[in-house]
Design a binder for this molecule. Sequence first.
Ligand code: FE2
Length: 285
Amino acid sequence: MGLESRRLGAIGVEAFGLDLRREVSEADWRALRELVMQEGLVLFRDQPMEASVQIELGRRFGELENITIDEGPVDASKALLTNVDPQGRTRDRDDLKVQLLAINEGWHSDSSFRDVPASFSLFSGVTLPEEGGDTLFASQQVAWDALPPEERAMLIGLRGLHDYEQAYAIRGIDMTSVFGGAAPSATHPIARRHPETGRTGLFVSEHLFAIEGMPAEEAKVLIRRLVDLCVNPGRVYRHHWSIGDLLIWDNRSMLHRAQGFDPRHPRVMRHVRVAGSEPAIAATS
Ligand SMILES: [Fe+2]
């Protein structure tokens, strides 16, 4: 049985017929990569896997990003998003590391603050709270398709500033003092063309704080309206995690966000992120 899928909801699909923990043929691999790009989000259930397996899967999508999450740059094998300290205790709500995790509760695509943002993300649950901690997804391509032509024309050519300094600052965290240097930021097209499928989508997020050449207040209103268009409740898929779930998504088309959870309960997620191969490409029509 080869790769099959069925719709999850408004967006995304659940995949069947492929055990990612076993040898995946080149044909199945190409079909899976295509499915992720076409649908934006693919879920595999009941496939608990070791970190090494998840990392090797990520490597088949492309070179991995070295994600800075904890104490400086870390190997992808340690890419855990967790509220558990090295001694196995859950961290307090006011612990800086717990607060830093809260940035993921804003709608975003991974590594938009880099000049070359992430392409694919592979996310699995290692330890899950009974309540909360869902992950929500929305498509920036579906939102683009919903825009009237005159508004699309107005957006093409605009560039936005993705700024983590401000994303943390609005949550009361001074990133410069935490990390000892300026937070990363990058400008990208507001309307982007997917480098592999050619499909156009928005490229906005709640980590986007300015649009080049546009007055600040006007930009703020526009960004809010475009994010709201993407995350219209009728267009969102909300994933409640079970052990063994693996979600693969394409950051070049999707937004996602974490739902908060009671930090007294341990939650450990493993995140493998694939580096993009080129800067975001501006849409031309
Ligand atoms: Fe993320």
